[in-house]
Design a protein around this ligand. Structure first.
Ligand SMILES: *[C@@H]1O[C@H](CO)[C@@H](O)[C@H](O)[C@H]1NC(C)=O
Length: 178
């Protein structure tokens, strides 16, 4: 037991990354490029899905407005960083969540530091003891008509208007878990 723990500690020291595998590379993921913008979108999804509620200020502006009222009971509207993080937290409570981010388009580079963009998201949401209850376990395909701004080298979401691309929500398990 002691020996295996010792080996683990030594491995963590040698492979620094293993000690904290969840640190984003600071320069690769920043800047004004399209890649940096897409990395910011992935980072937002990663923070939501890993329930990392302390770092949202790195990807949302203080005055962010998030409007997913088009999703009916599955959505809502929030204003400001604090309210938006609280809404994300309560939406994910007791669930596993996955946000797959694809199809990023820049509609309008309003200025070099303010873009209007369109992004497709596949949102899966699972509650382990309610896999056959579509109000708790579901999948929604949506698109976001967004405004992103570059603040101190980091792309941040300032406004998001969400549209359901399908009808209502879908049941990923199509009935009871076998
Ligand atoms: C939360 O995100 C921050 C900022 O990206 C990161 O430094 C930190 O390691 C993350 N925390 C966890 C527990 O993953």
């Amino acid at each position: 037991m002691f020996v295996s723990n010792f080996v683990l500690v030594i491995s963590a020291l040698i492979y620094g990354a293993a000690a904290n595998p969840y640190q984003l590379h600071p320069t690769v993921n920043s800047g004004s490029s399209l890649e940096a913008f897409e990395a910011a979108e992935y980072k937002l999804a990663w923070l939501i899905d890993s329930k990392n509620y302390t770092a949202f200020g790195e990807v949302l502006t203080n005055d962010v407005v998030y409007d997913s009222t088009d999703l009916g009971a599955y959505g809502g509207r929030s204003e400001g960083l604090e309210q938006t993080v609280a809404a994300i937290r309560s939406a994910s409570a007791g669930a596993r969540v996955s946000h797959i981010v694809t199809n990023s388009l820049v509609f309008d580079a309003i200025t070099p530091t303010k873009w209007r963009t369109d992004t497709y998201i596949t949102w899966s949401h699972w509650v382990e003891d309610a896999l056959d209850d579509i109000t708790k376990t579901f999948r929604i395909f949506y698109r976001c008509d967004d405004i992103w701004v570059l603040q101190n080298g980091a792309w941040k979401l300032q406004y998001s208007k969400v549209y359901n691309m399908g009808y209502g929500a879908e049941a990923p398990f199509y009935g009871k878990k076998s």
